[in-house]
Design a protein around this ligand. Sequence first.
Ligand code: HEM
Ligand SMILES: *[C@@H]1O[C@H](CO)[C@@H](O)[C@H](O)[C@H]1NC(C)=O
Length: 507
Amino acid sequence: MAGATLFTLLIVLVVYLLSIIYKEHTIRLAHGKLAAQHGCQPIASKYPLKDRIFGLDFVIENLKCSSSHCYLINSLRRFQEVGGTYTLRIFGHPMIQSIEPENVKAVFATKEKDWRLGEYRTVSFRDLLGVGIFTLDRPGWQESRAWLRPAFEKKRTADVELYERHIGHLFQQLPHDGKTVVDLQDLFLKYTMDSSTEILFGKSVDSLLPESKEDVIASGFAAAYESAKWDVFKNVQLYPFGQFRSKKAFNANVAIVNQFVDRYVKMAIDYQGSSEEADQEGGSVFMMELAKNTTDLKRIRSELLSLLLAGRDTTAALISNTFFVLARRPDILAKCYAEVATFNGGLPTLEQTKNSKYISWLLKESLRVHTIVPVNTRTAAKDTILPVGGGPDGKSPIFVAEGTQFVSSIYAIHRRKDIYGDDADDFKPERWADDTLRPKWGYLPFLGGGRICPGQGLAMTEAAYTIIRLLQLFKDIKAEDPTLEWQEDLAITCCNLHGCRVILTSA
Ligand code: HEM
Ligand SMILES: *[C@@H]1O[C@H](CO)[C@@H](O)[C@H](O)[C@H]1NC(C)=O
């Protein structure tokens, strides 16, 4: 009896093992076929791991560099030393790192259907944002993108008044005696919180107003959102271990955030069927457009919170990084003042703002040098190929197995000398005046392909308008410490570790 059982067990085991071997074999064959079809070659550059099983040395180096604010410089060094496309294994998972524009274009555009966001992003962000454009892959993502498109395409002439009101509040908070030091980065974060909440929810949290004038619920939202966001960023960095951290405070913050947003979403849903135009009634274009396509309150809330997360810190960082440079480069500042002088002290229209040539070069250069979303990644949703990185010269296509993580450093791409020339490391707005500079997939501050940042226009206009207006209000901007250099402070998006400490003199 016992012998028969043992025999059966043995048979089962053998069949199981054979099936695994067979499966591995057919996968290998399929891989081989796909690879052969496209003339793939093995990736020549392998990262020289010390721990080849878990890749711990790579992971630990990343953690160390993150905390000493040299993560971006260190990954640039790795590309320079190991190669423009290299491969390694982390905890058994294959990873491809590349700063070849052709590969980046394949992942984010021509072969984007073969790639997905990856759990580190979808899982961690869903705790705060729920299910929306920022946390969805196809097909749900396509739906979100289509729902939001009309709101981004609408002409928003009313925005000048909106920005003016918040610039007024900002001005109230700025010392302008030509002596007192102020950190603009903190204030720009409040400023974009105020403008974003008004643009998205139709109601500003007005965090720049003196405490006595603050709306208690609105300021509760701002604090709860800020704290919940940091928890999510931490979880993304620690993924998958972040899921084990205590969620008590986090959940309480999310509840406050949702309560605030839901109040306005309900209004938008109730609005449907009434014929009045949203922007005339103080609602938000974004809410109204979304409510046309869904009455799911949670979904609308998710989309709006996704927009806030994607648009607020990033726009603040752009304005702050740009002022950091202006306060150190009198040559650049003088050219900005010359352009601003053409408005004769009057308010520029949004059209004139967009047409301010030098300021637009300045912003482009700011995004190139101080890239705000400096690292981008995707996971292969199926077996696929990338156009370059294979063979001894790295010019042949490479095979990529399902589940492989692709990581690109936009920060490093933006410093390629073959694209930008020998002065790639210099901050030089004028380089954008040169029509022969066409970096295409070598310049990606807003990424590219189907998931290109839909808020690009909004962010550039808001940044340009704010800069022009502040230059009209202040006749001089000086750095507290002109020798201090910009240093990365990376948490999904990147800002300046040293903020933007300046001394202002009013006009
Ligand atoms: C200087 C400011 C900004 C920068 C540098 C920036 C950059 C980016 C980048 C690089 C992505 C792609 C991320 C990825 O796919 O992994 C992205 C996506 C996105 N951005 Fe922006 N962004 C900025 C401002 C804004 C603003 C103001 C909004 C909205 C009001 C916005 C909304 C979004 C949304 C919704 C996505 C996700 C799009 C999708 O997955 O289809 N962004 N942004
Ligand atoms: C969203 O709603 C509008 C208006 O009802 C409609 O024209 C449009 O086709 C819908 N879009 C999607 C993607 O469902």
